[in-house]
Ligand binder design. Structure first.
Ligand code: ASP
Ligand code: MG
Length: 424
């Protein structure tokens, strides 16, 4: 059995949905689970709805209509007749959204977010499943919330692995008995009270890894708009190369440092069971892409660059010029944990502690405010954090040439530099 994952870019319009169908027609004889994300940028559009609902923005209805028009245009372009049951099913998703937006927002932002945003995946999978049927690709549509069980940490739900594994192992063979292809949603899950949760943005890769793990899949394939895992993001670097094979270890490190090609939580479950992962292009599905697996080394072994723009470098010191020691660090880390702010890089000296973080407009003002109560705080905005794995000293020299370096850190395999942002 193989697990496929198609992200938003691979299902952004009627043409791309047709392309997914043509890829799947190559695999008709295999048992597959096809995990799909919301179409195009629909998760962002749904986030806008949640925000508008919460802030009683009069534009709320307009935002919902934009999402409705987007989906129904695809349904029209795919040639579904006026009376096709798919249209009715999609209308039901909008009824769910309307209901969620009519309730007083008493259960918290995260709860409303998950009930509303999850409709993106439900709609995309309904459209894809129906289109495949029309194209003679028999398939079963699975509501992933029936098997992928989580706690109720809304927007970042934790998987109940034991229960999920048990449910997946029972339900999937039943469905596969009559259909080789199962279409289901990425990113979302369900709680024991039957509420919907989400696993964190870009979490569909993780969903596919959960299925792969629970079913001991032969292979997991992530279909992307790039030829595979590249040594650098082409938006920032002109001379990136495609990596043919990446070790699990490198894949974990690269995604941890911010490579967005695969969700960071994806690799560990696969590694534990030695399940190979392939990153392939949905534009040229016969090319090999990149294999991630139990390799001794990544090939070609070239420096890999990860660019993180919009960084903030905060330097924290004691108000009375005493040392920043364990007690202060305890307080500082507590604050970061409480506000759920990920530290991308840190460095300490006797009198100051520096951290590099994403400049999140919702979290950072509060962080700075809290820190300033106890510490002297200085910060620099508009920075770029560049992580280089498998670097040579010359790589770094070239990278920082003529740039203002605010912080630099090197270990044997990985170097990180914080630079004044290069505006493109
Ligand atoms: N649709 C979700 C998102 O855009 C999940 C995913 O794409 O993996 O974050
Ligand atoms: Mg997406």
């Amino acid at each position: 059995m193989k697990i496929f994952k198609f992200g938003g870019a691979s299902v952004k319009d009627a043409e791309s949905v047709k392309n997914v169908a043509s890829i799947l027609s190559l695999y008709k004889k295999e048992q597959l689970i096809v995990v799909v994300s919301a179409m195009g940028k629909m998760t962002n559009a749904l986030e806008k709805v949640v925000h508008a609902y919460y802030n009683q923005d009069p534009e709320l209805k307009t935002y919902i209509d934009e999402i409705r028009n987007f989906h129904f245009k695809i349904v029209d372009d795919l040639g579904f007749p006026e009376n096709h049951p798919l249209r009715h099913e999609l209308e039901n998703c909008f009824v769910e959204i309307d209901w969620a937006c009519e309730e007083p927002p008493s259960r918290g932002y995260g709860f409303s977010y998950d009930q509303i945003v999850s409709q993106g995946e439900l709609m995309s999978t309904k459209i894809i499943s129906a289109y495949l049927m029309n194209s003679d690709i028999a398939n079963a549509w699975l509501d992933v919330r029936d098997v992928l069980q989580t706690d109720n940490t809304y927007r970042e739900a934790k998987v109940n692995w034991e229960l999920t594994e048990q449910l997946i192992k029972t339900r999937i063979p039943q469905l596969h008995a009559s259909n080789n292809i199962i279409v289901t949603q990425g990113f979302i899950g369900g709680t024991s009270e039957n509420f919907t949760t989400t696993l964190g943005r870009e979490g569909s890769d993780y969903t596919a890894a959960i299925f792969s793990y629970c079913l001991d899949a032969k292979e997991m394939i992530v279909w992307k708009d790039v030829p595979g895992v590249l040594s650098a993001d082409p938006r920032y670097s002109q001379d990136s190369v495609k990596l043919d094979q990446v070790s699990y270890h490198d894949a974990i490190e690269l995604t941890y440092y911010g490579a967005t090609v695969i969700h960071p939580k994806t690799i560990k479950p696969l590694e534990n069971k030695h399940i190979p992962l392939r990153v392939c292009s949905f534009k040229s599905p016969k090319e090999k892409g990149t294999s991630v697996g139990n390799f001794q080394a990544t090939k070609p072994l070239v420096p890999c660059f990860i660019y993180k723009p919009a960084q903030l470098l905060i330097s924290i010191s004691a108000k009375d010029f005493s040392f920043i020691a364990e007690a202060s660090l305890h307080k500082i880390f507590g604050l970061f944990a409480e506000l759920k702010i990920k530290i991308n890089l840190m460095q300490n000296s006797a009198i100051s502690f520096s951290v590099c973080v994403d400049n999140d407009p919702f979290k950072i003002p509060e962080l700075l405010h809290e820190l300033q109560k106890d510490f002297r705080v200085l910060y620099n905005e508009d920075l770029m954090l560049i992580t280089v794995r498998h670097y040579y000293p010359s790589t770094i020299e070239q990278l920082i040439k003529g740039k203002k370096v605010l912080l630099e850190q090197r270990s044997r395999q990985t170097a990180q530099v914080v630079l004044k942002e290069i505006k493109s």
